[in-house]
Design a protein around this ligand. Sequence first.
Ligand code: C5J
Length: 221
Amino acid sequence: MIDIAAEPYAFSFDPPRAALLIIDMQRDFLEPGGFGEMLGNDVSQLRRTIEPNRRLLAAWRAAGLMVLHTREGHRPDLADLPPAKKIRGRSATCIGDPGPMGRILVRGEAGHDIIPELYPVAGEPVIDKPGKGAFFATDLHAILQNRGISQLVVTGVTTEVCVNTTVREANDRGYNCLVPEDCVGSYFPEFQAMGLNMIKAQGGIFGWVGTSKDVIAALKQ
Ligand code: C5J
């Protein structure tokens, strides 16, 4: 076990039992001209996480540990898209409609794919999820159990939505989660702060919050 500085207290890192889970670093959420920006969001709030994620991913791969990626999206026929999710927001353009990078949040479309800076390599499972949480309606839990994983370092976007939902789902399934704060992002600075506070409050009610620098230092030990 290697202690990683974190809040509310040090995280006991057990490398063979740990996986890096990178949530929804998709072009439509992060790239200028994508769906996120089209909705009026400031994508620079998410793009600042790319470089820390890139460094962490490189160190994690160099250590030979498990990496998984997720993508939020739906079948091209939208059969797995709940009507309530489709109409939520009353936007003129919604999931499944043509967007700046293909049909919005539809599997196989350019905007649905992972940004080139963090693109998965062979052997890294990509979990296609229809919901916010990465455990809902996916084989993530089975894949992690089969590999003996009990700890997750969770990064990606957005802090208060898919990262938080996934950390909560993981917590209920018995995983210990560490969230490096520089590797998660929200379009809204106040939600970034509160999203992290909600994880680490009350003695780490859902998990731990640390930094990529300290995780990378532990990986190099
Ligand atoms: C959202 C996500 N915000 N990946 N998705 O709709 O957080």
